[in-house]
Ligand binder design. Structure first.
Ligand SMILES: [Zn+2]
Length: 377
């Protein structure tokens, strides 16, 4: 996700947070400090309520993280490549680079999250029961009670059967198992997700009319987010279906215009960039070894007066940070790797030799051409 800050690694997965997590942290702390805690544990100062509110809202973020990590751990065990976990305004999201190999794995990955939320709800519920009887710990009891309720709500809400919610993934896995057709199952799940998105937007508008602005706006926002995510997922599924048997080598551009690592940035700009039509050049040394990639954006970071003394090898993006593909790989599998971070392009390597380059534009062109075939009207 764009505008996210890397927090570190948990259980081997990169964890990052979108800036909107700060908003949700304060919002939840405010809900706790301004309403929930004064009701459940009366008689404390405003500062104490805020402290309790911040602790509670931080614990909720931790439980959201636990929910996403559960998806990630089960996915990794099923052989799915996990990109990482990101926390944001509406909770968290675990991103995968590949698909679950079977309906059974799909189902396991989907239910791992809600089951974790349920376990957290149970754990904090037990803590609440214990703390509630201990004198002087009413504030801690208030926080754990709230944490338990919210996690229970999250577990239940996430099981609503519509993609992108976990319940939508469960629906997909069940339909997939029944029909053997993963793509059609996925489209049905996103359709259910869209219907739910519309229903939530409608419900939010009713809340607004009934005089509940906060609940109304929040429900409309969540509905709108689910609608957008379901649409995006449906589009991705249709793309994957259209691309069915297309291989990377069918869409790649070849031969590729490469750059010499020993060349100065000035020479590269004058000899190749200004007269060419490419925005990225794979860097290949004289032995034919692929060193990495140099993009126009990287060239821009070199000040004009330093262009003659800076070599291409000084600014090259190393191969380890560039998306790559094999020529015989099916194209749908490459799509999740064409991220904004990779400049939406991948180098095609055959046994370490550069044979082509694929950009998202190449893929879109193929999708549109294939759509002509399937919808002749
Ligand atoms: Zn989940």
């Amino acid at each position: 996700m764009r505008d996210s800050v890397r927090l570190g690694r948990v259980a081997g997965f990169p964890v990052s947070a979108h800036w909107s997590v700060g908003v949700i942290l304060l919002l939840l702390a405010w809900v706790l400090a301004g309403g929930v805690l004064p009701q459940t544990a009366p008689g404390h100062s405003a500062a104490t309520y805020w402290l309790g509110g911040l602790v509670g809202s931080f614990l909720l973020l931790c439980s959201l993280l636990a929910h996403e990590l559960a998806h990630a751990v089960v996915a990794r065990r099923a052989g799915v490549e996990v990109e990482g976990v990101t926390l944001w305004l509406f909770g968290g999201v675990a991103t995968f680079r590949s698909e679950a190999p079977s309906p059974r794995d799909d189902l396991r990955i989907a239910v791992a999250g809600p089951l974790t939320s349920l376990a957290v709800a149970l754990g904090s519920g037990l803590a609440w029961v214990a703390l509630d009887r201990s004198p002087g710990l009413d504030l801690a009891a208030g926080v754990t009670g709230w944490l338990s309720t919210i996690n229970l709500v999250l577990a239940v809400f996430n099981m609503v059967p519509g993609a992108p919610l976990d319940g939508g993934r469960v629906l997909r896995a069940v339909l997939w198992a029944r029909t053997g057709d993963r793509e059609r199952a996925a489209v049905s799940a996103t359709r259910a997700g869209r219907a739910m998105g519309y229903a939530l937007v409608g419900l939010g508008l009713v809340f607004l009319l009934l005089g509940d602005p906060v609940g109304g706006v929040w429900t409309v926002l969540i509905g709108w987010f689910i609608l957008a995510a379901a649409n995006a997922e449906q589009e991705a599924t249709v793309t994957r279906t259209l691309l069915g048997a297309v291989l990377v080598r069918d869409v790649m551009s070849s031969p590729v215009v490469t750059a010499d690592p020993a060349l100065s940035v000035e020479d590269l700009i004058e000899r190749q960039v200004l007269s060419g039509r490419h925005s990225a050049y794979p860097v290949v040394d004289e032995d034919g070894r692929v060193v990495g990639l140099v993009t126009l954006r990287q060239l821009r970071t070199v000040p004009a007066q330093r262009r003659d003394v800076t070599r291409v090898r000084d600014v090259v993006l190393p191969l380890s940070e560039v998306a790559t593909a094999a020529p015989t790989e099916p194209l749908p599998g490459l799509l999740p790797r064409l991220t904004p971070g990779s400049g939406r392009r991948a180098l095609v390597l055959d046994e370490d030799r550069l044979v082509g380059i694929v950009t998202l534009a190449d893929v879109s062109r193929t999708v549109e051409a294939r759509a002509l075939l399937t919808h002749p009207a």
